[in-house]
Each structure stands twice: as C-alpha cells, then as structure tokens.
Write a protein that binds this ligand. Structure first.
Ligand SMILES: [Zn+2]
Length: 339
C-alpha cells in the first residue's frame, strides 16, 4: 500500500510540474484527486486493510492527499501569474503612438446665422418663442389682416392641407398666438421653418426659414423700431453698418418698410455683391396694424408695437457670400466644411 501511494505521489507531482496550462493542471487534479481519481480508488481498497493497520494507512493516504493538494495550489498560482503576465503584455498601450483623430462636425451655416441673430436679440431682452409648422388658415392669414380673397392665400404660394389648415407660409402666426395669450408687454423673436409652393432655384425653395420679431408695449413708436434694427445691423454686420428704410406695404403692419443695410463687402461704395448700389435689402418691418392688435384682443388705443421679419437663408447666404440657396440643402460635406 505504501509503495503504491508513493508511486502515485511521485507520478502526480511530476505531471503537475510539467503542466503548462491551467486546463492541463485541472485534468491532472481530476485524474488523481477526483471522484474516480487514483487516490480515491486507493481509499476504496481500505476495506481490505486489517483493523489494526487502518489508522496507519489512513494517515498515509491523508498525507499523500495533502502533498498533492499543496503542490496543485502552488502550480496553479504560478500558472495564473503566467497567464496574467501574458495578458498584460498583449494589452500594453504605446502612449507614443499618434492619436486617432475624431471626425468632428460643426454647425450648419443656417444654424450659425440663427444663433448669431438670437444672441443679439436675447441680449436686447427678447424671448425666443416657437409655434406649429402646420397651422390654421386663420392664424396664418386672417388674424394677420389677410382676408379670404387676398392674393397671398393663392394656391400658387400655399400648401393647403385642407380648407382650414395650411403649412404656414410665414412665422407671423406665432405672433398672433403670443398676442392672444394676453401677457403684455411682448418682446419676442420667433424663428422657424416656413413653406411656399415655389419651384427650387438659386433664390427659392419650397421650405425655408424665417425669423420674426414682435414688440408690443405702451408708447412704442417707429423710432424704437428703427433704433432696434440699426443696433442689430451693427452687431450683425459690423460697426460701420448703416440702415435705410424704404416705404413698403404689408397687410399686417402700417406704416411698413423694407430695410436695407450698407453693403458689408464694399462698405457702400458699390460692388458685385450689392449690384453696384452699395445697399443690400435685408428685411421687412412696420408698426403692427391696429386691426391685427384688435383681432388678438389688444386695445390699439392703449398699446402699440412693431414687427419685423427676415429670411434666415438670405442672411446665411450674405454672411458667407454663397450665391446659390440650394447649396445650403444639398448636404455636400465638401461645401459645408468651409464654414
Ligand atoms: Zn457692395
């Protein structure tokens, strides 16, 4: 019995020392110490050992088991360390390698122009508000003093969803919705997408963006409108910028004007961009029509106000000297990367 145990111990330890992976070590453990392992088989033979020899043999078996288990533990620790070292070596990071460059995008020219305009007006105390793009005919036309037979409602210009609902042709309905809330005074700008049934060309698109401004308070005059837009033009296009108001007609304002700014390319001398005139047409504006105030529940004898509206794309095209509006929507990365 003793020789048999010694032989098992010697053989097992030798095999363990040769094991070079944890899997192989585990196979050896099962072969000797497992349920059907060699040492267990020896224990099964204990019943044939005489009663007086049993304690001695039992001690020998335990001794062998302990020896094998402690050897197993030490080899396992060694192999585990080896595996970890190999893993560390494989995962080593070379900090001197050049970094991978992320492809960062940036804001679209429209967004850049919008954020610039919003920044200026918010700085003057305006609030930025938004309204629905699918709008009631009433808000888009009637409440803005554009009655049913007005040519602006023509199917040529307007996408009708049904008799009462349209894709808004301007951001002005937002003004009506704000006035109807009845909180006075009002000082807001309303940027957003608008829709016209236009063919696509260098200066037209069926979908584009407007920004409208509205101020309603007691004692607001045309001088306030002029001062506000002159200050905006200076901040937007540079300190030398002057504004010019030309009389115009809009149904929802009275009096109304179109506003030109001195050409920011030539400073007013005349160039290709301003077609030699020195001026660039930039927006429409006027004093809110008393009828519009009345329709929105505001007393025109007590309150007055002004409104203005400009095309965002036009500002972006001018600011970046882009000569075709379609380029803004083509999503050509080579084009967009320039701004
Ligand atoms: Zn010019």
């Amino acid at each position: 019995m003793k020789e048999k145990l010694d032989a098992i111990r010697k053989e097992a330890i030798q095999k363990m020392e040769q094991a070079d992976t944890l899997d192989k070590l585990n196979e050896i453990r099962v072969a000797y110490l497992g349920k059907k392992g060699e040492l267990t088989e020896v224990l099964k033979g204990m019943k044939d050992v005489s009663k007086e020899d049993r304690p001695k043999v039992g001690a020998l078996v335990n001794d062998t088991r302990n020896a094998l288990e402690s050897k197993l533990e030490s080899v396992r620790a060694k192999l585990t360390l080896k595996v970890r070292e190999a893993k560390m070596k494989a995962e080593v990071i070379d900090v001197t390698l050049p970094a991978k460059k992320n492809n960062m995008g940036h804001s679209h020219p429209n967004t850049v122009a919008l954020e610039e305009i919003e920044r200026i007006f918010v700085g003057m105390g305006y609030e930025v508000v938004e309204g629905p793009e699918v709008e009631y005919d009433y808000y888009n036309f009637e409440a803005l003093n554009i009655p049913a037979n007005h040519p602006a409602k023509d199917e040529q210009d307007t996408f009708y969803v049904n008799d009462k609902i349209v894709l808004r042709t301007q951001t002005s309905p937002v003004q009506v919705r704000i006035m109807e809330q009845g909180k006075l005074p009002i000082r807001v700008i309303a940027p957003g997408r608008v829709f016209r049934s236009d063919e696509v060309d260098a200066t037209h698109s069926p979908s584009f963006h407007q920004i409208e401004g509205l101020v309603i308070d007691k004692g607001v005059t045309f001088a306030d409108l002029k001062g506000t837009l002159a200050q905006w033009a200076v901040e937007m296009f540079g300190p030398e910028t002057k504004v010019k108001f030309r009389p115009h007609h809009f149904p929802f304002t009275e009096p109304s004007a179109e506003v030109d700014v001195t050409c920011f390319k030539c400073g007013g001398k005349g160039c290709r961009m301003c077609k030699g005139s020195g001026w660039i047409e930039i927006l429409g504006c006027g004093m809110v029509h008393p009828k519009v105030l009345k329709m929105s529940g505001i007393n025109p004898d007590e309150y007055s106000g002004f409104a203005f509206g400009l095309g965002l794309e036009r500002i972006a095209l001018l600011k970046y000297e882009i000569d075709d509006m379609r380029l803004l929507y083509d999503n050509d990365i080579r084009f967009l990367k320039q701004f």
